[in-house]
Structures are given as C-alpha cells and as structure tokens.
Design a protein around this ligand. Structure first.
Ligand code: PAP
Length: 365
C-alpha cells in the first residue's frame, strides 16, 4: 500500500542572529513580494513580541508571510466535495484532532493497531497539512493538490469568514472545528511562543502576552471572533461545520470521536465498536502515546519548530497555576462581554462547566 503523502515546508534557520526588531522587520519586508508589501503597508499593525508586527488582515491578526500564504490559498485552492478541513484556534487541540480524524478516515487502509501506522512515524501536521504554513507557504509554491487521494484532509487556523467560497458554499467540503477555553488556550500559547522564539530574544512576560491576548491581538485572533464565526455556522449549517471543544474531548473522547466519524459520513459500525476500533484510535492518538513517539520527541515541523513543543501537559485547568486574580478577572470580563448571548460556554476545570455569565462569579469563589 502506498504510504500517505507527507508534507513539509521550507526551513528557515534560527541561529540566534536575529539581532533586533528593526533588522527583523527589514529582513521580513525584503522577502515579501511587492504586492504583499503594498498590502501590508495599508494595514493596521501592532507591535508584538515573537515577530515584529501582527497585521490586521480581513479582520484578523497575522504575520506578513501568513497573509501572503492565505491570499494565495484564497485565490488558488480548488475544493472538492469529499474534502475534510480541520479548522482550529491555535493551541486548542489541533494536533490531537488532526490525529484522530486522520486515523478515523484511514482506518480501512491503516489499522489503528498496526505497528506501521503513519501516525507512529509522522507528526499529524505532516499528514494533515496546513494551508497557510505548508501548502501555500511560499509565493512560488502553488501546489497541484488535485491528485491527492480522497478524502483529502487539510488544516487551517484561518477564520470562517476568510475561507474561500469554494470551501464554504460551492462544495460539500466538511469542516471539523475545535477550540478550547481561552484560559488554557492563552497559557498553552504563551508557553509555546516562549519555546519557539529565537534564542536571542528574551522570554515574553506573561502579563504582556496576556494584555495582547485580551485585546484580541494574537495570531488569527481575536479569539472570540474566531470561535463565534465557526460557532454560528455550526448552528446554521450543522451538516457543514462540526463544532468541538477540547474540554469535551478530554471528558469523553470516544463519544466525540464517534460524532466526528458520523459527521464525516463514515460512522463506526457495530462490529467495529465491538472490536474496539474506537478505543484503538483513541489510544493511538492519546497524549501519552503521541508524546513518547520518536518523531514527536526529536522531529521538527514548519519553520524549525520542534514537534516536542506540541505536547506540553494536555490538561484542563493548568491556568490556575499561573493566573493572578486580576488576570482571571480580566479574561472573565472579556469572555462575558464578547461571548454573552451566544450560547458558547467553556469548561475551565475538570469538574465544572462555566458559562460566560457565570464565569466571573465562580472564579471569585
Ligand atoms: P497548534 O495550534 O500549534 O497546532 P495545538 O495542537 O492546537 O497546537 O495545541 C497544543 C495543545 O494541545 C497543548 O496543550 P498544553 O500546552 O495545555 O499542554 C498540547 O499539550 C495539547 N495536546 C497535544 N496533543 C494532544 C493529545 N494527543 N491529547 C490531548 N492534548 C494534546
């Protein structure tokens, strides 16, 4: 059987020479096409920490290289009815959901108990490639994806409103979305950014990163717009968008996996359930299993990011160990203000579901 397609993107070195902010800006702008430079010059921007600036593009914040990739993706991607898109807020369970979906859709080709399963050799980001980081990451690179085996699986952090109509309207492409309570999402993101930053840059103080997060100035944010875009669509078109939460997967991943399989038109049969296929996929994709794989301990993806940084704790509620009372109060207020009335709520601890209206009161107890 042919091995699954692996996707990689060009590496850029991090030798610690990114001397200062201005030089970094120049290097970055130098590498961009004229078209992109002009586009960026007219966009609102905010100075951030890991990269020189984030730009407000189509209502969300991202880096210049991402803008270029996203606009190429928007122009060129040809969707198919059988495509599956894993859409996520960064640091909300992307790696996990990609693994679960890949294993589920390929279970007839690759038994989840096989010693040669692709997920034992490859990181999920290489098996389910991102549009913006992998497939359209360079301006010369407009890939021909038409020959990939179906169903094709792709990943993206792009907000719903910026997905091309070919995905959203013109085809039956299915979208599985995951997000996570913003407390843990922020914390996971802060840890990750401190790990992948150039060695020469100082660590980002948590208060500073948190301030930007609460203002919405974070990659692909504001987080509330990101969540609400997919949330509303999942309510209006449940056959198009399946909306998942990291906390629900943590609580009962078997149940959520069955929902994913049914949504994607390949429900588990009774026989499969009796044979333990669901459990085998869950075990294969578990945090403990994936974290200990050689590829995830020593492999790299994207721009020299180490796979091991994708596996930190994998828990709900680690934020309690880092947030000060004022941080709790601030983010609770942001959630209340931005999510109020939407019906979207999050589990902040293992043992409680906290709605946006209740968040502040509960946390003060
Ligand atoms: P990405 O946006 O960079 O792809 P993403 O996979 O969405 O990252 O999120 C990483 C988080 O998912 C990490 O959370 P933590 O920092 O709070 O620990 C990571 O540990 C967690 N994670 C990764 N794989 C799994 C898994 N198999 N099961 C549960 N959680 C996981």
């Amino acid at each position: 059987m042919a091995p699954p397609t692996q996707f990689t993107i060009p590496q850029i070195s991090d030798d610690g020479k990114e001397a200062n902010h201005e030089i970094q800006v120049e290097i970055e702008e130098e590498q961009l096409s004229q078209e992109c430079k002009e586009l960026i010059l007219n966009l609102p921007r905010e100075k951030v920490w890991r990269t020189p600036y984030l730009y407000l593009y189509q209502g969300f914040w991202c880096q210049p290289t991402e803008i270029l990739a996203i606009s190429t993706f928007q122009k060129h991607f040809q969707a198919k009815d059988t495509d599956v898109l894993i859409a996520t807020v960064p640091k909300s369970g992307t790696t996990w959901l990609k693994a679960l979906t890949f294993a589920t859709l390929n279970r007839n080709n690759h038994s989840p108990t096989s010693e040669n399963h692709p997920l034992l050799k490859s990181n999920p980001h290489n098996l389910v490639p991102f549009f913006e980081y992998t497939l359209y990451s360079t301006k010369e690179n407009v890939p021909d994806l038409s020959h990939l085996p179906e169903p094709r699986m792709f990943g993206t952090h792009v907000p719903f409103a910026s997905l091309p109509t070919r995905i959203v309207r013109d085809t039956k492409t299915k979208i599985v979305y995951i997000c996570r309570n913003p407390f843990d999402t922020f914390l996971s993101s802060w840890f990750f950014c401190n790990k992948i930053k150039p060695k020469s840059s100082p660590d980002m103080p948590i208060e500073e990163a948190f301030g930007m997060f609460c203002k919405g100035v974070v990659g692909f944010g504001p987080f509330w717009d990101h969540m609400l875009g997919y949330w509303k669509e999942s309510i209006e078109r449940p056959e198009k968008v399946l909306f998942l939460k990291y906390e629900d997967l943590k609580e009962d991943v078997n149940l959520q996996l069955k929902r994913v399989a049914t949504f994607l038109g390949c429900p588990f049969t009774l026989e499969e359930e009796n044979c333990g296929v669901v459990e085998s996929i869950v075990k294969l994709c578990s945090f403990e299993n994936m974290k200990d794989l050689e590829v995830n301990k020593n492999g790299k993806f994207g721009r020299n990011f180490e796979n091991k940084f994708l596996f930190r704790k994998g828990e709900i509620g680690d934020w309690v160990n880092y947030f000060t009372p004022s941080m709790v109060e601030k983010l609770s207020k942001v959630m209340e203000e931005k999510l109020h009335g939407s019906g979207l709520s999050f589990r902040l601890h293992l043992d409680s579901v906290v709605s946006e209206a209740e968040t502040e009161t509960k946390l003060k107890k």
